[in-house]
Design a protein around this ligand. Structure first.
Ligand code: AMP
Length: 244
């Protein structure tokens, strides 16, 4: 059985950080649509040119474009043993498309991280990403006010010097717009998932470590297995993929 996980929740809830860690620990790819789009903007590709202004306003990129990106990414061999989706789906149309894309891939676990709006605004105000590769400072488990001097993600990042910056869509006015869009377009979609046996909701006000533990327990319980079994499941799948 593949380990298919969809992270749901508002901007700043900690989806990216948790998705990154869960994916690493279970040997499956993290697919973050926000990261894919930011990378496209950074490299000034055709896709980047199309989405830059929309992202800067905190609005949503069109469904057809987003569905095409996710369909292509999930069709790659490394996503066959499972994936962690972060930032997709965000609309009812995207959720329906994801059902269709994953129809023959076993259960899809959906975990919502809940955090109140005022806490989200506070968190996002302090969020920093690497100006060079886009990596989130949280991924390096910094303490607030004590960012590492350098991003350690790539050789280039390690060599060029301090480059932590605020995301251009993390200004307070854009964050409030993104939250408005979240409550209007994305939160209602969670209703679409909430009646499924594989849906779980967790408290995002806990420490990152507690959220991590809650996420593992939620994913395991959604599949009806103990948490310890999740890890061995993906290891086994990985071995099978390498053998074939
Ligand atoms: P994120 O990093 O997930 O907060 O995404 C940053 C921005 O990318 C969002 O504010 C949107 O403009 C765009 N974006 C990311 N994922 C999607 C999606 N699934 N649908 C539409 N727009 C998206």
């Amino acid at each position: 059985m593949a380990l298919n996980l969809v992270m749901l929740g508002p901007p700043g809830a900690g989806k990216g950080t948790q998705a990154e860690r869960f994916a690493r620990e279970h040997g499956i790819p993290k697919v973050s649509t926000g990261d894919i789009l930011r990378e496209a903007v950074h490299s000034e590709s055709e896709l980047g040119r199309q989405v830059k202004a929309v992202m800067e306003r905190g609005e949503l990129v069109g469904d057809d474009l987003m569905i095409g990106i996710v369909r292509e990414r999930l069709s790659r061999p490394d996503a066959m043993a499972g994936f962690v989706l972060d930032g997709f789906p965000r609309t009812a149309a995207q959720a329906q498309a994801l059902d269709e894309i994953t129809a023959s891939r076993g259960p899809v676990i959906c975990v919502e991280i809940q955090v109140p709006d005022e806490e989200l605004v506070r968190r996002v105000r302090g969020r920093r990403v690497c100006d060079d590769c886009g990596a989130n400072a949280d991924a390096f488990e910094h303490k607030p006010g004590a960012l590492p001097d350098l991003c350690q993600n790539t050789e280039r990042c390690r060599s060029i010097g301090p480059s932590w910056v605020a995301r251009s869509d993390d200004s307070e006015s854009v964050v409030r717009e993104r939250l408005k869009v979240y409550w209007r377009d994305t939160r209602p979609m969670i209703e679409y998932y909430s009646s499924r046996p594989t849906f779980r909701s967790i408290d995002g006000l806990q420490t990152p470590e507690q959220v991590r533990e809650a996420l593992v327990s939620a994913a395991a319980s959604a599949l009806g297995m103990p948490a310890s079994q999740l890890q061995s499941m993906t290891k086994k799948l990985d071995g099978e993929a390498q053998a074939s």
